[in-house]
Structures are given as structure tokens and as C-alpha cells.
Write a protein that binds this ligand. Structure first.
Ligand code: GLA
Length: 371
């Protein structure tokens, strides 16, 4: 892009399995996507950050001495929040022009917000000639999302966006932040991403509500068992103690404990190339998110069920925070086109929404290029 000094990208992500457990200390299995946010940046010698977008006519000007005061912006609040948190952590912010170009669809559960936050921080560091640590960038981006955007999120999205690796999923332990890359070689199968196109209304308040419910469950269980987080409990131990929890809270906690177990089994199935097993685990994960955790909604359920009845589909589930957004399905590669047209038609007939498929690869997290 003419006149800019650096091109920085950070990725959107899918989560293969391990949903709504990152904030309970669980292990998750996300992968970064080739859908990403790109920031072109150059210093401008002022004390202002000028933001423009490839897809919007608006421009926004942020004063680097007042970065805490932009929470009410229609556009540019993610960038402002990211810059604010980075600056507060002691990093130098210099005046710059940045052009933002996002190919992650918004509100789709593919973490456009994490891609924007992570790439913005990496770009601000690059333009100030500062080396950065990817995990540190992810943690600051998460803080921006929590404090500036008011979503009490876990670390999964920002971590995957920053630390993703081409053709690999990340088995991320959200308690210790240790990771292991697992090659995504799916033995003749592909992961098909489909957007339900159901706008996720109230998603952030419901998200915060779920998180509070798991915290309540933990507090009650800790009176009886020595655990630091819900992910510390085995399914057997949970069955022994779950009677102390009331109905709804018990369902939420049961989802968390069982999903942690499914991640363990899914990582093993992926390593062994056992797609039937991986698919069955995706189906179980969705069922649990729908019935116990109640974060799917009727449209996403319809999309997943349409996928699950196709003969070439080993399994399907919602991915991301839920309440609308995207699903992933494990489908025989040779039948993927037939699968897509079958699912899209059935889904439209049942819900009236036109779903959309994305052709995305599993890709790297942050990239920095000097132009
Ligand atoms: C959102 C959050 C993540 C995670 C997922 C659910 O994407 O940002 O931290 O909790 O929902 O797994």
C-alpha cells in the first residue's frame, strides 16, 4: 500500500473444540484463519493516531494523550482501547496513520475483534521500532476487550490471533498459557465454515452472564473439593459433587467439565487421524452447548442439524461465543460441494436466513512486513 511503512496482520480464528471453557482454566483447540485484519501503518510526526478503513468512508483521529476517552466511538473504539492498554503497560505510542482492512466477517464468531486488537497493538509496536512478544500482545488485547469493550472474555481468541501457525491447531492450556501445535491433517476430510447470518443480539451481556454462572458454580464446589478452576474436575469427580449445585448452574458446570474431557479426546483423535471420533466429539460438544450451556439459538441449531444429517459429514458444531455466528463441520473433502449446497438450501428453507460458506485456510497469527 503506497506510502505506508509496515503491513501487519493478525488472524481471525475457528475453535475446533473447547467452547466456553477458556475462562474456566480449560484446554481449547483453536486455529488461526487466513481471514484476518491487516493494518498498514506509518509515523506521522504528530501526537495523533489517524485511522481510516478500506471499507468505510469515515476517518477517526485519536489524541495519544487521551486514549482512555474513546469508549463511545462508533468506529475506532477497538483500536483506541488496544492503544490505551498498550500505552498504560508502559509502551511508547507514536503519532501514526493507520489503514485498516478486515476480511474477518463481523459478528460471526470468528473473532474479528481479536484480529483488530492484536494487529493494532502489533502495528503500534512496529511503528515505534519496538520488538514485541506475541503472548504479551494477546494478553493486552484481551485486556482491551474486557476493560474497554466490556466483554469479560477469556484468552483463546487473542492468543490464537497472535500465535496461530499455518496448518496447525493450537492446543492451548488457558490455565498456564502453555501451548502445543497439532498439525491439522484430516485424513481426506475438510473443515467447512458456515456463517448462520443470524445477528447475535445481546451476545456480550449473555456471555458475561454465563461467565458469572461458572464462577458461582466454582465457588460452591470449592467449599467441598480442592480445585482452582472448574477444569480441574474430572467428570467422575463432578458426578460425585454436582448435587450441591442448583439446576441451571449444574448444567453450566456439567458442560464445562464434559467439554474439557472432549478436548482431551479430540486432540488425541486428531493426532491419530481418527475423523469419525473427532466428528462424534464435535456433535457432542454442540449438544452440550445447546442443551446445557444454552448459547446456540434455534438458527445455529438448525444449521448444525442440517449438516449432521448429510452422509459425508462426520460432525458439526457451533464455533466461538455463540448466540448466532458460525458453525464448523468435518466433511469428506470429495463431497464438500454437495454438502454445502445441501446445508445452505435446507437451512434457508427452515429459517429464512441465507447462510454463507467461507473458503479459509489455517494460517499464521501475527505477521509483520516492512514495505
Ligand atoms: C468468545 C470469547 C472467548 C471464548 C469463546 C467461547 O469468543 O472471546 O474467550 O470464551 O467466546 O469459547
Amino acid at each position: 500500500m503506497l506510502g505506508y511503512k509496515y503491513k501487519i496482520t493478525a488472524a481471525g480464528r475457528i475453535n475446533i473444540i473447547g467452547e466456553h471453557i477458556d475462562y474456566c482454566g480449560g484446554k481449547v483447540l483453536p486455529a488461526a484463519l487466513s481471514l484476518k485484519n491487516t493494518v498498514y501503518i506509518r509515523p506521522n510526526g504528530t501526537d495523533k493516531i489517524n485511522i481510516s478503513w478500506t471499507t468505510l468512508p469515515d476517518t477517526v483521529c485519536l489524541d495519544i494523550n487521551r486514549l482512555g476517552s474513546y469508549t463511545g466511538l462508533k468506529y475506532g473504539n477497538y483500536q483506541a482501547g488496544s492503544a490505551f492498554v498498550w500505552q498504560r503497560a508502559g509502551h511508547k505510542i507514536i503519532g501514526c496513520d493507520m489503514l485498516q482492512d478486515c476480511s474477518v466477517p463481523f459478528g460471526s464468531g470468528l473473532s474479528s475483534s481479536a484480529a483488530i486488537e492484536v494487529s493494532t497493538i502489533a502495528a503500534l509496536a512496529a511503528v515505534a521500532n519496538e520488538e514485541f512478544d506475541r503472548v504479551d500482545v494477546a494478553l493486552k488485547a484481551q485486556q482491551a476487550e474486557r476493560e474497554y469493550m466490556g466483554v469479560n472474555c477469556g484468552i483463546m481468541d487473542q492468543y490464537a490471533s497472535a500465535c496461530g501457525k499455518k496448518d496447525n491447531a493450537i492446543l492451548l492450556d488457558c490455565k498456564t498459557l502453555e501451548r502445543q501445535y497439532i498439525p491439522v491433517s484430516l485424513n481426506g476430510y475438510s473443515l467447512v465454515i458456515i456463517n448462520s447470518k443470524k445477528p447475535h443480539a445481546l451476545a456480550s451481556s449473555k456471555y458475561n452472564e454465563r461467565r458469572a454462572e461458572t464462577e458461582e458454580a466454582l465457588k460452591i464446589l470449592q467449599k467441598h473439593v480442592k480445585i482452582d478452576c472448574l477444569a480441574d474436575m474430572s467428570p467422575d469427580e463432578f458426578e460425585r459433587w454436582c448435587g450441591v449445585l442448583g439446576g441451571t448452574i449444574r448444567n453450566r458446570a456439567r458442560h464445562v467439565v464434559s467439554e474439557c474431557e472432549r478436548v482431551r479426546l479430540a486432540a488425541a483423535a486428531m493426532k491419530a487421524g481418527n475423523m469419525e471420533e473427532l466428528g462424534a466429539l464435535l456433535n457432542q460438544s454442540h449438544e452440550s452447548l445447546s442443551k446445557l450451556y444454552e448459547v446456540t439459538g434455534s438458527e445455529v441449531d438448525a444449521l448444525v442439524h442440517a449438516a449432521q444429517i448429510h452422509p459425508a459429514c462426520a460432525g458439526s458444531r457451533m464455533t466461538g461465543g455463540g448466540f448466532g455466528g458460525c458453525t464448523i463441520s468435518l466433511v469428506e473433502t470429495a463431497a464438500a460441494e454437495d454438502f454445502k449446497s445441501f446445508v445452505l438450501k435446507k437451512y434457508e428453507r427452515e429459517t429464512g436466513y441465507m447462510a454463507e460458506c467461507y473458503d479459509a485456510d489455517i494460517s499464521d497469527g501475527i505477521t509483520v512486513k516492512e514495505l
